[in-house]
Design a protein around this ligand. Structure first.
Ligand code: SAH
Ligand code: MG
Length: 209
């Protein structure tokens, strides 16, 4: 038996009614939120490294921010989203989860927002906005990373692109950019990076001191 089908039988499943309702809400609106095992992976990183403050790029409806906030009662998250409608849903969901005091939602374009306006530093940055902009986000926001902090990026194996023949030109350009980002991480000798086949693929880069 391959690892994946076996792990499926021994991994925790998402059973919480509120989380499931958020997942259903995202699916109905065709919004790509993080896979459940990806969320568990983030939670584990937070617990392993004693992360206190997180910057998230790409809030969508607040699913991942709420999921991360849950794992520690003193965790603070600043999360950025440019889509006003999604932001509305996120604010409502964060409020319903009771996390309004710990999760700050900012309406902005992460490509142009000045990181100095954010109340850094952050122990962890979770990059989950436009998939084509990985290098840009990494370089733009590392200035507000605490020394020895960690940058996690989602969707770095985007739908298993490495084993597909991609006919659409747009999609091919996107996956080429993701591949370029993954290789870029290798060149950053000031970080220790690993790419994990969890969820849709997640990279973890720890800043070396
Ligand atoms: N982190 C969420 C999912 C985010 S989906 C979760 O797992 O629950 C990606 C989100 O990034 C989308 O809602 C999209 O609107 C937003 N986004 C894409 N490009 C952006 C940009 N340049 N600035 C801010 N948000 C962006
Ligand atoms: Mg994602």
């Amino acid at each position: 038996m391959k690892a994946e089908p076996y792990l499926h039988t021994v991994r925790a499943k998402e059973t919480d009614a509120f989380s499931l309702s958020l997942r259903a809400q995202a699916e109905a609106a065709d919004i790509p939120i993080i896979a459940y095992d990806g969320l568990c992976f983030l939670q584990q990183i937070i617990l392993m490294r004693g992360v206190n403050r997180i910057l998230e790029l790409g809030t969508a409806i607040g699913y991942s921010a709420i999921g991360m906030a849950r794992v520690r009662h003193d965790l603070e998250i600043v999360t950025i989203e440019r889509d006003a409608e999604r932001l509305d849903s996120a604010r409502q969901n964060i409020d319903a989860a009771g996390f309004s005091s710990r999760i700050t939602v900012i309406e902005a374009d992460a490509r142009t927002l000045d990181p100095n306006t954010l109340k850094g530093p952050f122990d962890m940055i979770f990059i989950d906005a436009s998939k084509s902009q990985g290098i840009h986000y990494f370089e733009r926001y590392e200035s507000c990373l605490a020394p020895g902090g960690i940058i996690v990026t989602d969707n770095v194996l985007f739908h298993g692109f490495h084993e597909m023949t991609i006919r659409s030109r747009n999609l091919r350009q996107l996956t080429q950019k993701i591949d370029r980002f993954n290789r870029y991480l290798l060149t950053r000798k000031d970080y220790h990076t690993m790419i994990y086949p969890v969820g849709d693929g997640m990279s973890v880069s720890i800043q070396l001191r």
